[in-house]
Design a binder for this molecule. Structure first.
Ligand code: G6P
Length: 521
């Protein structure tokens, strides 16, 4: 089927040429699968998180080599090869054999406690962050080291590829890799670099908290990217603002969405990421999902269902979600015994202290609601901990209300998956600080994530909404997701990549003219 994107371009055909003449390289910290050796048999378990959900859907449409960190001994020994993606397709995965100690510093000291917290505005500045000698050591012998290892592996692959390469780097783990790749291969004829930031990108006031050498390495490193993608336009503008503030030699142009540093242009754009609705529906129709659905249905009985599905992640604001539910039960006791809040929690980053503490806080908050309101017949909150995508899909089919209330979130793909598979005209209660609110806000009940009272009211409004309004909102949500699916996300990037290739070939030609008009931005 031929698709057109919202810039009016035909999506499949115009890029066929690009897909034929370039080799694609994807690089992300987490790969599409984790390998487990079970009784001598290799098992593939789907990696968690939004990035993997989105890229897996994309990866089975293109031929690409996907570089990811080896996270276990099995990954290390296996090295590289084709891995099945669960729907008759497969992708070539190449694990970057990172030293365990370096990986620990890169992931558990810099990427998550520092960069993730900074970019999600999660610090209470009186107490955090506190950068110590250990942080600096982790930067130099962890974050820098792992980025170098990725850059080495990618540069080798670019050299090996017979065709020029389009390198699609992903996320905050790999901010230094672009400059390092350029250092290894000076001629840009062999490759074009894109980098997509999946999480919020704050402005200069937040980046200012990071010491100057780290901040400069990150921002100048990103200035080696050709096409820098963000989830929202505001995040893209924040990047330009940050360069203007902290990279004195950078020349920024807001109208064109462009930063020039040492004769190299980086274009900042927003490409809201999405899901593959068809692929998701295929998975939703499997027997495994059906079995989970029956089980969940039996357990829920006649109760209305409020659902949330999240990694056990402080930015997801899970505790305030329970507080809001508790407040709703207090304000509207008529819901007691009529509703259940099902929280599906996927354990995440438990080596990081804040995440361990937060998991305890989640369990305590859920326990408090149950202790206060539960009866021998009614369990107000049910928490299921563990990773099972089929179970998550089954739960999404059944909710009456889906609560997505992060303090900050790049996009949030649960907000997009839910409406596609839900069978109950479920209402989405959505944080205005989730990237998804840009596209779905009109059809959801929007809340300020710190406002527990407003969230309680929104939950009540969702549970009592007339059927016709529910139907309309659910249909509009579904349509909005289907109109901007993961293929679109990819197409938007390829549109820009093509334009940049033309611009390189003919700096004063048509692409330059459209650049000057700023027509795409
Ligand atoms: C979010 C981020 C991704 C990250 C994922 C899982 O979705 O945007 O970049 O991959 O969380 O995080 P993890 O640390 O478990 O890989």
């Amino acid at each position: 089927m031929t698709k057109t994107n919202d810039r009016g371009r035909d999506c499949d055909h115009p890029h066929a040429d690009l897909l034929d003449h370039y080799s694609f390289i994807i690089a992300s910290n987490r790969g599409p699968v984790t390998l487990n050796l079970e009784g001598g048999e290799l098992e593939y378990q789907r990696g968690g998180g939004g990035l993997v959900t989105a890229l897996t859907a994309l990866a089975n449409q293109i031929e690409a080599a996907w570089f990811a960190s080896a996270m276990s001994e099995t990954d290390r020994q296996w090295g590289a090869g084709q891995v099945p993606l669960g729907d008759d397709s497969s992708i070539q995965v190449k694990f970057v054999d990172v030293d365990e100690a370096a990986y620990n510093r890169y992931y558990n000291v810099i990427s998550n406690p520092l960069l993730w917290f900074l970019q999600h505005s999660m610090w209470d500045y009186v107490h955090a962050p506190t950068l110590t000698r250990e942080t600096w050591e982790a930067w130099e012998k962890g974050y820098v080291t792992v980025n170098q290892q990725f850059a080495d592996a990618i540069a080798q692959q670019i050299k090996r590829n017979a065709r020029p390469s389009i390198v699609m780097l992903q996320d905050y783990h790999l901010y230094l890799a672009p400059a390092m790749i350029h250092k290894r291969i000076r001629s840009r004829k062999k490759y074009l670099l894109t980098h997509f930031v999946h999480i919020p990108f704050p402005g200069p006031d937040d980046w200012e908290v990071l010491p100057e050498p780290m901040r400069t390495a990150i921002l100048e490193g990103l200035c080696q990217v050709d096409l820098l993608g963000f989830q929202t336009r505001n995040h893209a503008l924040n990047f330009i603002r940050s360069c203007e503030n902290f990279v004195p030699k950078a020349r920024v142009n807001y109208r064109l969405g462009r930063v020039i540093l040492r004769h190299h242009a980086t274009y900042a754009r927003d490409f809201p990421i999405s899901i593959d609705p068809n692929g998701l529906r295929v998975q939703a129709a499997t027997e495994e999902v059906e079995l989970y659905r029956q089980l969940l249905q039996e357990q829920t009985g006649d109760l209305r269902l409020i659902l949330r599905i999240d990694r056990t992640e402080p930015s997801k604001n899970i505790v305030r979600g329970f507080q809001a539910y508790e407040e709703m039960l207090e304000l509207h006791p008529e819901h007691c015994g009529q509703v259940q809040f099902l929280a599906i929690m996927v354990p995440s980053r438990l080596e990081v202290e804040e995440y361990q503490t937060y998991l305890d806080e989640i369990m305590a908050a859920a326990g408090r609601v149950n202790a206060r309101y539960g009866t021998s017949e009614w369990e107000p909150v049910r928490v299921l901990v563990g990773e099972s995508y089929p179970r998550a899909i089954a739960a999404m089919q059944l909710y009456d209300v889906l609560l997505v209330n992060p303090i900050a979130d790049g996009m949030n793909l649960v907000a997009k998956e839910g409406p596609v598979v839900n069978q109950h005209d479920g209402v989405l209660v959505l944080s205005e600080r989730a990237g998804a609110s840009q596209q779905l806000g009109d059809h959801a009940l929007l809340i300020a994530p710190c406002d527990v009272y407003a969230t309680a009211q929104a939950l009540h409004q969702a549970l009592t909404m007339p059927g016709e309004e529910r139907r309309q909102r659910a249909a509009s949500l579904r349509q909005a997701v289907e109109e901007a699916d993961i293929e679109r996300w990819f197409c938007w990037q390829l549109d820009e990549v093509e334009r940049l290739i033309q611009l390189r070939r003919d700096p004063s030609g048509k692409a330059a003219a459209s650049d000057e008009k700023g027509s795409r931005w």
